[in-house]
Design a binder for this molecule. Structure first.
Ligand SMILES: [Zn+2]
Length: 330
């Protein structure tokens, strides 16, 4: 039963909602990640409300990445398991909600690091960074259009002719990407600690050696987790598609390490390509150099800091769906 109180608000057109089509069109998701009654190509994204603000603004939750997981279902109720979304889908939802909350203009700060002649210095070739703090006005409508459905082409397929198999790749899940990020930060600290340990200590102290072996194993598990997450399915010689995670894992451990590295490299290229969406080019207002910066899609910057010249847009809401359907995988 619909709530008459809410119907009045929706009819008024004052509460902004934006319809987004997920860049992946939901094709990688198993049941239970997105509400089965919702269409991944037409999801309602709302402005940030009081619950979203109260739950996701905590600095500890923000720093841990948990803030995003709490926020996403509040602004896009169709998402049931936000940590299982690919980063690219998550970004599209965040930008849509930012437009619904604060309007389409966002100011991005970027300090120019281009080296320019240092007039105060005596030396002939003296140079220093320009240092101009540019304020770039970004139209988020332009940005969200980059999140059109992803073209799945041969870049997503790694073929192993000797086995007659093909691995079809997918963009990495947000939760998995966060785990890799956290583990790599811990790993840097641990590696430094072990590097400072004299080699004799390892020989004399067995517990140190065990600790080190554990550290290396943990690193390997994280890397493998990322690779398994990047494989959508593997096609056998007979054309059967294998989606089972455990079977894919077993397969990855059986093929040669060069084959695994090929999958890893292709997956890294794909994820890097998708991250191009958040890049913006601008001309430095002082030295005129063309620079590239990134829109940081963190909750604090998007929602809780409103640039003075950004006004909420209350006019008819645009539908940001891309009409053209991309090619699908065979
Ligand atoms: Zn400059």
């Amino acid at each position: 039963m619909s709530n008459p109180l809410l119907d009045n608000i929706h009819e008024s057109g004052i509460m902004d909602t934006i319809s987004v089509s997920l860049p992946t069109m939901g094709r990688f998701y198993e049941d239970g990640i997105i509400d089965e009654n919702c269409d991944p190509e037409d999801l309602e994204v709302r402005a940030i409300g009081i619950m979203a603000e109260l739950t996701s603004r905590d600095p500890f939750l923000l720093a841990s990445g948990k803030g995003i997981e709490l926020l996403i279902p509040q602004v896009c109720p169709a998402i049931l398991q936000p940590d299982r979304l690919t980063e690219v889908d998550l970004e599209a939802i965040l930008i849509a909600s930012r437009i619904a909350t604060h309007g389409n203009i966002m100011v991005v700060d970027s300090t120019c690091t281009h080296l320019v002649e240092d007039e105060e210095s005596e030396g002939e070739d003296a140079k220093k960074p320009c240092g101009e703090e540019n304020k770039i006005e970004v139209d988020l409508y332009d940005v969200i259009l980059r999140y059109s459905p992803i073209e799945f082409n041969t870049n997503y397929v790694v073929e192993f002719q000797k086995y007659g198999q093909k691995a079809y790749l997918r963009p990495i899940e947000y939760g998995q990407a966060m785990t890799i990020l956290k583990d790599s930060l811990t790993s840097i600290n641990e590696s430094t600690r072990f590097n400072n340990t004299p080699i004799n200590d390892f020989i004399q102290d067995e517990s140190k050696l065990e600790e080190y072996a554990e550290h290396i194993t943990k690193q390997a598990i994280t890397t493998m987790g990322g690779i398994i997450n990047s494989v959508f399915y593997v096609e056998t010689k007979d054309g059967d598609k294998v989606f089972d995670r455990d079977q894919i894992k077993e397969w990855l451990l059986a093929i040669s390490k060069d084959d695994v590295k090929e999958i890893l490299n292709t997956a890294s290229d794909l994820n890097a390509e998708l991250q191009e969406n958040t890049k913006i080019k601008y001309i430095c207002s002082k030295c005129g150099t063309e620079n590239t910066t990134t829109i940081e899609l963190d909750i604090q910057r998007l929602f809780f800091f409103t640039p003075p010249n950004s006004k909420p847009k209350k006019t008819p809401k645009p539908t940001l769906k891309t009409k053209e359907k991309p090619k699908t995988l065979p």
